[in-house]
Write a protein that binds this ligand. Structure first.
Ligand SMILES: Cc1cc2nc3c(=O)[nH]c(=O)nc-3n(C[C@H](O)[C@H](O)[C@H](O)COP(=O)(O)OP(=O)(O)OC[C@H]3O[C@@H](n4cnc5c(N)ncnc54)[C@H](O)[C@@H]3O)c2cc1C
Length: 371
């Protein structure tokens, strides 16, 4: 990069949100630099379901046909199955493409590069400093500190966003820490479904089981505390708690819904716009976020393109551009409370079948919201 001060847009983070922003800005002729701290392709702890129409439609409209090589075996799920202790198993049919995030994100970033975005990988953003007419981005690359400047910055750097911390240092964020445990092999559960288990008849703690490319994956924020329940629940399907995992990994989710909905957290300031998980836009209940990352990434890019040639501040227009996502989060967040009430048998005296039906309806609602 010979003239780094002349970038129009710096996008931080090469996940779906960053790839979508970078592709859209570069295709509109803006000089776009996409900075990623890891070497690519990089993995992300995620089930990799392209869930709901926001994700699938946005990918198809903005990136084109997804290459078959991105999909796993099986390439598509028929839907979700719900196992609430004591209730009959419930099935929600929802055809959902299945990927490893390493492959999906790598393809999305390749599309952004084809559109003209300059990728700078293995480079960690340390902080973002807003000046009157430009934003400085401090980086660590090959052990050396450098700075780049641009008129606009998009923070697509995920749940623990450094861009968010730079512009909103006072914001208090709670995190949850899901874990993923990999085993070689499979259970006698239908591989064309993702299986959600609620051993305590509550929305949380929960865990899920899914199969990809001959690997059995157990995922969830409750994996550690549910060790006994996991062994009991899964042993009828062939799970042996003495099996040695081939791998364990984990990540964090920023729990920002309440602040976002109450206006205590506005995911933009001046010409710095936050998208996807950095903006707290992961959906309540299902905790799916690829669709909202893509959609908010494009909303940020559109705002910047519209403001690139005059001096307006981008933040207010961007925040109104993501109002549909915030409205969906509001709706689901209220559902979550309702579901919690429904799922407390002591309060509502509901049987486990009614609890399971409440869960199916909440998941269905999440998917339908996006039509
Ligand atoms: C267990 C689990 C399962 C999930 N399953 C699904 C699912 O099936 N479907 C679904 O839609 N959603 C799912 N989600 C949610 C989904 O993974 C996220 O919502 C989505 O990845 C958000 O995309 P993003 O682009 O905002 O951020 P990310 O995908 O997190 O990308 C952020 C990028 O920024 C980079 N970065 C971070 N900090 C810096 C820095 N300082 N400098 C430079 N680069 C940086 C990171 O390395 C990363 O590449 C799941 C989440 C979890 C935890």
């Amino acid at each position: 990069m010979k003239n780094p001060l002349n970038a129009d847009v710096i996008v931080v983070g090469a996940g779906p949100g960053g790839a979508a922003s970078a592709k859209y800005c570069a295709a509109a002729g803006l000089k776009t630099v996409l900075i990623e701290k890891k070497a690519l392709p990089r993995d992300k702890v995620c089930t990799g379901m392209i869930m709901g129409n926001w994700a699938l439609d946005t990918i198809r409209e903005e990136f084109g046909t997804i290459p078959d090589t991105i999909f796993t075996s099986p390439p598509e799920l028929n839907g979700h199955r719900f196992y609430v202790a004591g209730a009959a198993v419930q099935t929600l049919t929802a055809h959902t493409l299945l990927t490893w995030r390493k492959d999906l994100d790598h393809w999305l970033v390749a599309c952004a590069r084809d559109a003209g975005a300059v990728l700078v990988s293995n480079t960690r953003v340390l902080r973002v400093v807003a000046h009157e007419d430009h934003i400085r981005v401090d980086l660590l690359k090959d052990g050396k500190k450098e700075s780049l400047s641009a008129r606009f910055v998009i923070g697509a750097d995920g749940a623990t966003s450094v861009v968010r911390k730079s512009i909103l240092p006072e914001l208090q964020v709670n995190y949850s820490g899901p874990v993923r445990v990999w085993y070689q092999g499979r259970l006698s559960l239908d591989q064309r479904y993702i299986h959600w288990f609620f051993p305590k008849r509550l929305p949380r703690p929960r865990f899920n089981v899914n199969h990809k490319d001959g690997i059995l994956l157990l995922e969830g924020a409750g994996i550690k505390e549910l060790a006994r329940e996991i062994a009991e629940t899964l042993s009828p399907y062939g799970f042996d708690p003495d099996w040695k995992p081939i791998k364990k990994d984990g990540c964090v989710i920023a729990l920002l819904h309440r602040q976002l909905l109450e206006g205590d957290f506005v995911p933009a300031k001046g010409n710095v716009l936050l998208v996807g998980d950095a903006a707290g836009l992961i959906l309540p209940i299902t905790f799916e976020g690829i669709g909202t990352a893509l959609k908010s990434g494009i909303a940020a890019a559109r705002t910047i393109i519209a403001n690139a040639h005059h001096g307006r501040i981008a933040a207010p227009e961007y925040v109104s551009g993501i109002q549909t996502i915030i409205d969906a989060i509001r709706h689901l967040y209220m559902d979550r409370f309702h579901l919690k009430g429904e799922m407390d048998p002591l309060k509502r005296n509901l049987g486990p079948d009614a609890i399971a039906a409440g869960l199916v309806s909440a998941y269905r609602e999440t998917l339908l919201l996006q039509e």
